[in-house]
Design a protein around this ligand. Structure first.
Ligand code: F6P
Length: 553
């Protein structure tokens, strides 16, 4: 693949940006074109999923921009790469793996094969594992699956990290809390900080606790250490009478490590190496979700994502919603030097959504090496951040409105609340803020408007809002239920895919997390050995030495 900045459309976008983009004023674009909203908004429609309106019109877009961005996508081979993904080709070229999380939610039975082998059927196929998840989640919810003293298991502790925790199960169970079983308590333990496990265990009774050890590799230091601590606690608390088989299950691809840990292979829910960690909530890693919200809702979640897959796979680029989202991101990153991207859901249930997106986006596209091994001569993945609104408005939105940086922003709102309390007043106030923020970021406030409010002259510049800040507003046409959440996540997954395809990077490996892991392992040994951080630079050595002195190690 040619580097993105050598594609003809890149140069065209550059001169388009110089001639049009620099002077583009959003509010004027609306004033001069009453049809702007209709032309740049797209509605995602699919059976079983509420409509989702994506309003791209408050972005730095003209018809020509859109044409050029689509041209860039064509020249970068976005469609070819997308088709290769759906064909099961090994597009994760540094790990020589297919990228096939879409098979996990293939509810309409597309033919999906890796190396010529059907991944849907057979003993370890997607559908077999789903059947196992359905059976097991039903048994736990009904109480048919009992602990070693015959009690129902009502306390679920998921032990995992990254995609086996936040970028998946934590975010999704929070987002679908409305559908969660009231008699189940969920804990997610991820951090190696013993506090995380200690606090979960403090609140737990071994007779009613089920541990889900969630790790694709089953070698992640944090997860295996936490899992061993949980096992030791369980055996100690039960005087060795506790039955591991009834209280521990594994969600993993690594059967030999699972059995070595002491979990029977029949209590393992498997998946394949073609599922990336940050794309694994659709796999067995989603078992905590299935238990908490019930398998039917989990299946709806898969179905919503599949509907977005279908849209992404079949819709021409110009109307392809995740492709448009990805193209806008490239537009701002590479042609406006935007370094960040803000996602602010107007939805308390989505309070972990931005944190989840951080792993999806930054672990996928935080790369600087292109497919031929050379360094990218352009900016890749933005720093993604966010918090739910209206909270975020009362913390960092000052900088978004009046700071010196351009921060493209996504706002998300559901038309209906799961909790329409006080005669829906809260929902209406929430919605009014959702509309107001995007409008305010666009229109700003001129000096004349500030003066007209009787503002003293010395304060005028301080109260000025330049405006012209781009936003994409996403409006779900109902409550955010399992299907809508599935579709939203898949939207961001495919947006991330589109960005990576244009930047010509591998969005599916994560070598950047390795170095720190290796050094931590080496230093862990040193903490138990004599010595004062010798062999390190003086800062690291000095810190190790001080730690040993203070901690009396
Ligand atoms: O260290 C990064 C990472 O590999 C993520 O990609 C992954 O989600 C996480 O660690 C956990 O990995 P595993 O599920 O194999 O324990």
């Amino acid at each position: 693949m040619a580097p993105a900045n050598t594609l003809p459309a890149w140069a065209e976008l550059q001169s388009h940006r110089d001639s049009v983009g620099k002077s583009f004023v959003l509010k004027e674009a609306f004033a001069s074109d009453p049809a702007r909203f209709e032309r740049f908004a797209r509605t995602f429609t699919a059976p079983g999923v509420a409509d989702v309106l994506f309003d791209f019109s408050k972005n730095f877009l003209t018809d020509e921009t859109l044409d050029l961005l689509v041209k860039l996508a064509e020249q970068a081979g976005v469609e070819r790469k997308r088709d290769a993904m759906f064909r099961g080709d090994k597009i994760n070229f540094t790990e020589k793996r297919a990228v096939y999380h879409t098979a996990l939610r293939n509810v309409s039975g597309w033919e999906m094969k890796v190396e010529g082998k059907d991944v849907m059927g057979g003993p370890n196929g997607v559908n077999t594992v789903l059947d196992h998840m359905k059976e097991f989640s039903g048994q736990v919810r009904s109480g048919e699956w009992k602990g070693f003293t015959g009690k129902k298991l009502t306390n679920i502790i998921n032990v995992g990290i990254g995609g086996s925790d936040l970028s998946g199960p934590v975010m999704v169970t929070e987002a679908l809390k409305h559908y969660g079983a009231d008699d189940l308590t969920l804990h997610f333990v991820s951090n190696i900080d013993g506090t995380h496990m200690a606090e979960a265990l403090k609140a737990s009774d071994p007779e009613t606790t089920l541990f889900l050890i969630a790790s694709k590799t089953f070698t992640t230091a944090e997860t295996i250490t936490n899992a061993n601590t949980a096992k030791t606690w369980f055996l100690k608390k039960t005087d060795g009478k506790g039955d591991i088989a009834k209280h521990f299950v594994a969600l993993s691809t690594n059967e030999s490590e699972v059995t070595k840990f002491g979990i029977d292979a029949k209590n393992m829910f498997g998946f394949e190496s073609w599922v990336g960690g940050r794309y694994s909530v659709w796999s067995a890693i989603g078992l905590s979700v299935a238990i908490y919200v019930g398998f039917d809702n989990f299946y709806k979640f898969l179905s919503g994502a599949h509907a977005m897959d279908k849209h992404f796979r079949e819709t021409p680029l110009k109307d392809n919603i995740p492709v448009l989202g990805g193209l806008l991101s490239v537009w701002y990153s590479d042609f406006f030097q935007a370094q960040t991207h803000l996602v602010a859901p107007f939805d308390q249930y989505l309070h972990r959504f931005p944190a989840y997106l951080q792993q999806l986006s930054m672990e996928s596209n935080g790369k600087s090496i292109t497919s031929d091994g050379s360094s990218a001569k352009y900016t890749t993945g933005p720093i993604l951040f966010g918090e739910p609104c209206t909270n975020a408005q009362h913390s960092f939105f000052q900088l978004v409105h009046q700071g010196t940086k351009l921060i493209p922003t996504d706002f998300i709102l559901a038309a209906k609340s799961h909790n329409p309390i006080s005669d829906n007043l809260h929902q209406k106030m929430l919605a009014s803020n959702y509309f107001a923020q995007a409008e305010a970021l666009m229109v700003g406030k001129t000096d004349e408007e500030v003066r007209a409010e009787g503002t003293p002259e010395d304060l005028v510049p301080h109260k000025r809002f330049l405006g012209n800040r781009p936003t994409t507003s996403i409006l779900v046409g109902d409550v955010i239920g399992p299907a809508e959440l599935g579709a939203l996540i898949a939207y961001y997954e495919h947006l991330t895919f589109t960005e990576g395809a244009i930047w010509d990077i591998n969005s599916f490996d994560q070598w950047g997390v390795e170095l720190g892991k290796v050094l931590a392992k080496k230093i862990l040994k040193e903490l138990d050995e004599a010595g004062n951080g010798d062999g390190h630079d003086t800062s690291t050595g000095g810190l190790i030495s001080a730690f040993k002195k203070y901690a009396k190690i």
